[in-house]
Write a protein that binds this ligand. Structure first.
Ligand SMILES: Nc1ncnc2c1ncn2[C@@H]1O[C@H](COP(=O)(O)OP(=O)(O)OP(=O)(O)O)[C@@H](O)[C@H]1O
Length: 589
């Protein structure tokens, strides 16, 4: 057995790059000799980053400079939820990277934590409609989230009720014992309390016993019966269960327990609860178990939408609470599947009995409400908050805040942040782009083992990000557009300048034949060239040829080799072999 272990240990050694060694001696030797320092050099350079994660889009910052107006406005509207009222619906607009999602998430986090602090039930649910883009999926996702929350709450309640039942059982058993024993309960109480003052159960037992003494013996004198004692208290005040305060079946337990449970008159566990007997507690537990069983999760496809809606509706209305539903990229939902979801969500409040729903819609597209039913439009846009683009100075502040945590002390030269901010400000004031630039510049500096990030790294980062964008756009083009682009690339590669549509079409046709693709008409190919122009991949300008009319002159606006490499990585286009002679043959014709 120990041999086996030594083998495993030896082979698991991270330094053992020469392969598996079977005993410790080999492994030790391997440490020295087989390690060729692949990672050592990289590790030895002073790392530029202190914490790179804070520059990633997934990181939610604790501070959002230049967004306090928008954040305060959101908070002013949503505070209604903490008062148990329904907040107005909110529409948030702004271009990409202007901090809409980050601000909305920040506010909702605050809202949820404050609601917990003051025990006001309020739930916020976030949905990204770019991913969840049909009514079915939105409702199903919401239904399942609320079912999960409901189950969690039911479990908590059951736990509390079980503790209450146990405490009652114990209390009753003790009451019986004492009634038969005829001891002096007061003496025993004192002894037990002294023996372990911090033991909750024993002290509760103690209290129970003294309660028995006062409830049975002394009450005979005072005329109080235990039932009367119980009944006399406020039904809304808390049970003495020893469990954490929660939302069992009546709020506001804490202080009152302390006041009620005087040493002389310790409370019966069911006092101040809506339950008269242990059996009633058991019935309530059974009822909750049944509720829990009755929730049926919605499958991700297959049900009629009205069934999904009704499950969602019941799940939301199961509890008294305010629900805030945050629909990010809401325009994508409307674009893909119309405004039915928003219509259904916005009319829910008139039918809900226990809960209230409020919607926050977030969109990049200022015009999407033009496509909404007027009723949905007015209900959704009760409040509108605009997120303007950041200017270069604001981006500078944002980057400064983040860079303090992200980088080592002297890793940034002075001109880096202003340059990143300036580049991103040109791109419609996009904070995401600014952060990407800064992170990529840092990575490039780290890769070249530089000690500081300088202006040149930022410029390289700008080129790299641009190229990454191009690669992504080209990679996801439909095959026909790829063929048109390939034709343009082949022409450029062969030194053809001022390429016209006819030339592109001829090469395109040959490429289609080569890979057995349908050949589109020249008019359609012209449209595809215009689309490539709009994506910034080619530049197509209309030039007048005098009496020969007008024609389009096309040139590539992206790096040729990298773009070609992306195209041939497509399995269909990679079938085109020996491209060079093929194009030349075309020109010799
Ligand atoms: N004021 C700010 N302070 C710090 N970071 C910010 C600020 N505004 C935006 N960011 C950061 O910029 C990035 C983009 O922000 P966010 O996702 O909130 O933009 P958005 O407006 O929702 O964009 P999109 O519409 O593309 O989703 C995130 O990493 C975010 O943390």
């Amino acid at each position: 057995m120990s041999d086996d272990n030594s083998e495993i240990t030896g082979s698991d050694d991270v330094d053992g790059t020469s392969g598996f060694s079977t005993d410790f001696e080999d492994a030790d030797l391997g440490d020295e000799e087989s390690n060729q320092g692949l990672f050592d050099d990289l590790l030895s350079g002073e790392p530029i980053f202190e914490n790179k994660e804070v520059l990633r889009p997934s990181y939610t910052p604790h501070e959002l400079p230049h967004r306090s107006d928008q954040i305060n406005k959101m908070a002013t509207i949503l505070v209604a939820a903490l008062r148990g009222e329904t907040p107005s619906n909110i529409l948030i607009y702004g271009k990409t990277g202007t901090g809409k999602t980050a601000s909305a998430k920040f506010v909702s986090k605050e809202l949820e934590s404050t609601s917990q602090k003051y025990s006001v039930p309020c739930d916020v649910e976030y949905i990204n409609c770019e991913v969840t883009d049909t009514q079915y999926r939105v409702l199903a996702q919401l239904a399942n989230k609320f079912i999960e929350k409901n189950k969690g709450r039911i479990d908590d309640r059951i736990d509390e009720l079980e503790s209450l039942r146990d405490a009652t059982e114990e209390y009753d058993a003790t009451a019986d014992d004492d009634a038969h024993a005829g001891d002096d309960p007061t003496d025993r109480t004192a002894e037990e309390t002294a023996s372990d003052p911090f033991d909750f159960v024993s002290s509760e037992e103690t209290e129970s016993r003294s309660a028995v003494s006062s409830g049975t013996e002394s009450s005979a004198e005072s005329g109080d019966s235990p039932a009367e004692t119980r009944g006399s208290s406020d039904p809304a005040s808390p049970p003495v269960t020893g469990t954490e305060p929660g939302d069992a079946d009546g709020p506001g337990r804490d202080g009152e327990t302390a006041i009620d449970a005087t040493p002389q008159e310790p409370a019966h566990p069911l006092e101040s609860t809506p339950f008269g007997t242990r059996a009633e507690v058991d019935d309530r537990i059974a009822e909750l178990e049944e509720d829990k069983e009755s929730f049926e999760e919605v499958p991700m496809t297959g049900w009629p939408t009205d069934r999904v809606y009704s499950v969602f509706f019941d799940a939301v209305d199961y509890d008294e609470r305010v629900v805030v539903i945050m629909l990010d990229e809401i325009d994508k939902l409307v674009e893909k599947s119309g405004d039915d979801t928003l219509y259904n969500l916005s009319r829910m409040n008139s039918e809900l009995e226990n809960s209230r729903v409020s919607i926050i819609g977030i969109s990049n597209d200022l015009k999407f409400t033009d496509f909404l039913d007027p009723r949905v439009k007015s209900s959704l846009g009760e409040e509108e908050i605009v997120f303007p683009p950041y200017d270069a100075n604001q981006l500078r502040d944002i980057l400064k805040h983040r860079s303090e945590v992200a980088f080592k002390g002297n890793a940034l030269s002075d001109d880096v942040i202003p340059l990143c901010a300036a580049f991103a400000a040109q791109e419609h004031g996009d904070a995401r782009r600014a952060l990407d630039l800064l992170r990529t510049a840092g990575e490039l500096a780290e890769r070249s083992q530089a000690e500081t990030i300088v202006e040149e790294h930022v410029r390289q980062a700008q080129d790299k990000i641009e190229l990454d964008r191009v690669v992504e756009v080209v990679r996801t083009l439909p095959t026909q557009s790829k063929l048109v682009l390939f034709a343009i690339i082949l022409l450029e590669k062969n030194g053809v300048h001022s390429i016209n549509t006819g030339e592109v079409f001829n090469i395109y046709k040959r490429l289609c034949e080569e890979i057995d693709a349908d050949v589109l008409t020249q008019r359609r190919v012209t449209d595809l060239i215009s689309e490539l122009d709009m994506l910034g991949i080619v530049n197509a300008v209309v030039v007048s040829k005098g009496r020969y009319g007008r024609t389009k002159e096309i040139s590539l606006s992206v790096p040729l080799e990298e773009t070609e490499a992306v195209l041939v990585s497509d399995s269909r286009l990679s079938d085109i072999d020996d491209i060079q002679p093929f194009v030349q043959a075309r020109f010799e014709n």
